[in-house]
Design a protein around this ligand. Structure first.
Ligand code: C5P
Length: 396
């Protein structure tokens, strides 16, 4: 239920704008309050009167409406909401948000607020796939803006592909999850992510390949379910998530220490690609190429952070989850790894180069627990993270 919650709904100018009327109805039915804001272009698709009637509230449309400015300034309008929803989020509105424009009421509200924002994009397929739009979406993701959709399907313009706005019910479900207190409220979760760098000398290091994308998506999904997340990350390629406690580290030793200091925790998830070995003694100065040929590196094994935490007698988290990146016999190897490391679940995936999973946007995982193996269809790393977070919440 959304009793006592207020949603500021920004309606952009697109054919999908009619669906936002249904969204207003769903929010009201659940007991939430909606303040609609229509962009100038949105007037071409829905009337302020219909939005106002469904919302049972005034509709705001023009930045320079002096009466409104006197009654309720735009800053107050955006800050008094629990959530801002932009539906449909047109390519133009998305570009304005990414660029920080503030030349009308909608874009000014979005600039003036620190309230969480959820966008539901809707546009033509080519516009969605255009590099400029994809760049803008990446910027918004890095800014911590939540997104639902777009869906794939037939479009009003006669084309087929990604670009349709998600259905009002699906948008409503995300709103409800976002505004409910969350099944993981009050739970402390440690997530490790990214690679570790083990220095050879001041300019060289040993590392595993890891973008940090899956661990980051997982930390975001857990935080959205209300968890208090400590995110211990090696030098990753993607920016860390918003709304979590980020602890940056370089080496496996530092990662282990950071994890130990973050204990106690209810849940610990080890998504980092920790380097297995480190150089026994890091050279103080850059090793010079010379006549003596390639240097012989003296390697030592790194601590296994997952196995260490799984074996703790005191302070062992209730649920310990490891990852297994494999290139062959994925399920057999991962099942053996679960036993060897004594963790509760292993999330296994095939990272053979032909899968495109390493460094890509998608993942296909098998979750292995004491009951057996459960393979999930290939999906975006964000969707895999959401499903995993939901499974974790169910298990507690
Ligand atoms: O043995 P392997 O590296 O395949 O195990 C993968 C799992 O163990 C991952 O969850 C990874 O984060 C964790 N791990 C760790 N410390 C290590 C090596 C792996 O926590 N030194």
């Amino acid at each position: 239920m959304l009793q006592g919650k207020r949603i500021l709904l920004i309606v952009g100018g697109g054919i999908a704008a009619f669906k936002s009327l249904e969204l207003i109805r769903l929010i009201r039915k659940a007991g939430g309050a909606v303040t609609p804001v229509l962009t100038k272009a949105a007037h071409e698709f829905v009337t302020p009167l219909s939005a106002s009637a469904l919302a049972a509230d005034k509709v705001y449309t023009d930045l320079f409406d002096l009466t409104d400015e006197a009654e309720m300034g735009h800053i107050e309008l955006s800050r008094s909401a629990d959530l801002i929803v932009v539906a449909p989020a047109t390519a133009d509105l998305i570009a304005k948000m990414a660029g920080g424009h503030a030349d009308d009421l909608a874009s000014t509200l979005l600039m003036a607020t620190d309230t969480p924002v959820l966008i539901a994009p809707a546009m033509n397929v080519r516009m969605w796939l255009h590099p400029a739009n994809q760049r803008n979406i990446a910027t918004l993701e890095a800014d911590g803006i939540q997104r639902i959709g777009p869906d794939e399907g037939d479009m009003a313009c006669g084309e087929y592909g990604p670009g349709r706005m998600s259905e009002p019910q699906a948008i409503f479900d995300v709103i409800q999850t976002q505004l409910s207190d969350g099944p993981l409220s009050g739970k402390h979760v440690i997530v490790t992510s990214g690679p570790t760098h083990e220095p050879i000398d001041p300019v060289r290091y040993i590392a595993n390949r890891s973008s940090g994308a899956q661990g980051t998506a997982l930390a975001t999904a857990l935080a959205r379910l209300g968890a208090n997340v400590t995110f211990v990350t090696g030098p990753a390629m993607v920016p860390p998530p918003q709304g979590v406690n980020v602890v940056p580290v370089e080496t496996a030793d530092q990662m282990l220490n950071a994890v130990k200091s973050a204990l106690p925790a209810d849940i610990a998830i080890f998504a980092a690609a920790v380097a297995d070995w480190r150089v026994v003694s890091e050279a103080k100065n850059k090793i010079k190429k010379g006549k003596t040929g390639a240097p012989k590196l003296n390697l030592d094994e790194n601590p296994d952070i997952l196995a260490t935490v799984s074996r703790l007698r005191k302070n062992r988290p209730d649920l310990v989850v490891g990852f297994a990146a494999e290139t062959e016999n994925v399920i057999a190897n991962a099942t053996a790894k679960r036993k060897r490391k004594r963790c509760d679940w292993i999330v296994a995936n095939d990272v053979s180069p032909e899968t495109g999973i390493m460094g890509g946007d998608e993942n296909a995982v098998t979750v292995i627990d004491a009951q057996g193996a459960e393979s999930w269809p290939r999906a975006s790393k964000t969707d895999v993270a959401r499903r995993l977070a939901a499974r974790i919440a169910d298990a507690l």
